[in-house]
Design a protein around this ligand. Sequence first.
Ligand SMILES: C[S@@+](CC[C@H](N)C(=O)[O-])C[C@H]1O[C@@H](n2cnc3c(N)ncnc32)[C@H](O)[C@@H]1O
Length: 208
Amino acid sequence: MSKKTLSQNLWLRRKDSDVFFEKAKISGFRARSAYKLLEIENKFKILKNNKNIVDLGASPGSWSQVLVKKNLNLSKIKIFAIDIKDIDPIEGVKFIKKDISYILEGNNYFKKNSLDLVLSDMAPNSTGHRFTDQAKASNLAEKALIFAINYLSFNGKFVCKLLGGNNDRLIINRAKEYFKTIKLFKPTSSRKESKEIYLICLSFNNLQ
Ligand SMILES: C[S@@+](CC[C@H](N)C(=O)[O-])C[C@H]1O[C@@H](n2cnc3c(N)ncnc32)[C@H](O)[C@@H]1O
């Protein structure tokens, strides 16, 4: 088979990602990111048997939509969506408009040992400068980890987007001190050219 040109490769990649965009539109998801969480769920089975879930960086809301879909008995669970950007209401989801930096500890919303699952798909607005964006993303991931450590209950789970920043290795090593199982996972719905990868942390040990 002949080697593809750069523009052919770009076209194929775009076509690839459009499949998820189209699927999301048809299924009523607000963003194609929904498929990343669905793939994480298929592999790691993290979404069931949780009472209190936090979705960090939730706007426009497709991960929260997946959470609602997967937890049909909404009277038994609480889903909190947090973002600095607004989010159109989702039935069964409580939206908190806050910057993660201001709810890391000692806030009015959560108690210690109260959460079963913390998800973070937070990403900074792109500056167009790769290293700056990656450094900002690492900083958000570190905050998400601190939040998870502060509020997860025993055996809790944490999922966090990483974008290839210099500090990502430190974040992974820190997570290893608190969780029994640590995995890195790249969903097929994540753009191949992106450095995006998800840190999956299972079985939180809050006895540190
Ligand atoms: C990739 S989007 C999340 C998409 C979302 N998971 C979905 O499926 O609809 C990243 C989000 O992180 C949010 N974000 C960035 N910095 C934040 C911060 N400091 N605190 C809270 N959210 C933040 C952005 O506003 C943005 O909405």
